[in-house]
Write a protein that binds this ligand. Sequence first.
Ligand code: FE2
Length: 241
Amino acid sequence: MACLSPSQLKKFQEDGFLLLEEFLTEDECVAMQQRIGEIVAEMDVPLHCRTEFSTQEDEQLRNQGSTEYFLSSGDKIRFFFEKGVFDKKGNFLVPPEKSINKIGHVSPHQDATFLYTEPLGRVLGVWIAMEDALLENGCLWFIPGSHTRGVSRRMIRAPAGTSFLGSEPAWDNNLFVPLPVRRGGLVLIHGEVVHKSEQNLSNHSRQAYTFHLMEAAAGTVWSPENWLQPTTELPFPPLYV
Ligand code: FE2
């Protein structure tokens, strides 16, 4: 298995993110996109579960907080949708395959807001571009070095769903740097680095595959207040033992 070089590791530690170009081949991206296409084609989302995804606080509490669909999404394939894809009755306004979020834009946040551990620094995001993700179609943006300042807010489980502790600072837009990624590139994202993506207003889709890892070293505690919890049917799968 390939390892990070000392200079790559240093860059990740300084910036809080790192691009590994050509992590997947064209063929591997095509195969993954095909499988994702099948899953989306087969998706059958009950009307009351048609949840629009948002990292914005007020919308989040309204849409996701009280939603069992969201809180139990850890061990299942769940679908989160872009804003404006449903009419008032929950019918699709756009073709379902074009409606999925997590492929769309995300407001500035730290992953640790949602995936909190003690100590901090044990969560790593993995983000793989299935298609070119460039300036014009919603690539990721980061504030380099912002991972060293702790966590500004946390989303926790509450009796009515979820609520927030702390608040997201008004991040200076000028501090963000874009990270264009060619198809097959992989981005490592430190759990506390501030990042976002802009809305994709181009005609080019920007599919990405993303997941998170927790370093389950001795003493790491996955906060029992996190919205996402392992279940008995499917505990968080260990990557290696
Ligand atoms: Fe994120």
